[in-house]
Structures are given as C-alpha cells and as structure tokens.
Design a protein around this ligand. Structure first.
Ligand SMILES: [Zn+2]
Length: 64
C-alpha cells in the first residue's frame, strides 16, 4: 500500500520563511527536518486527528 503524503506549509521558526513539507496523514509523528531555505533543523510535530492535520513547529534546540 502506498501512503499518500500530504503537502503542508509551515513557517520556519528560524528564518520565518514559508516552506512546504510532506507529511504522512495516516499517523501522528514527531520528526526533524532541515529548513529548505536556511538549513536549520526544525522540530515538527504532526498531529493527525481524523481528517485534520495539526502541525506544530519549533527550533530543535528548544524542543516542545
Ligand atoms: Zn529557515
């Protein structure tokens, strides 16, 4: 089965640019992804609630 990744837009907590990420809409997850603009590590928490995706982002050093 192929997981349909969903494109979401977040604001980088370092450079405040809007960047697009791909998230797995089937389960909640926390992971780190480098910003495509400034290359800093962004900690991303993706909470999946039925058909709604709630994204929380912060600087990796700070944590949640
Ligand atoms: Zn950035």
């Amino acid at each position: 089965m192929i997981t349909q990744l969903k494109e979401e837009t977040i604001t980088c907590p370092f450079c405040w640019e809007l960047i697009e990420i791909l998230v797995d809409p089937t389960e909640s997850q926390t992971y780190t992804e480098d910003c495509s603009v400034c290359c800093h590590p962004i900690l991303i928490r993706c909470e999946v609630d039925l058909h709604q995706i709630n994204l929380v982002v912060t600087q990796e050093d700070l944590g949640f």
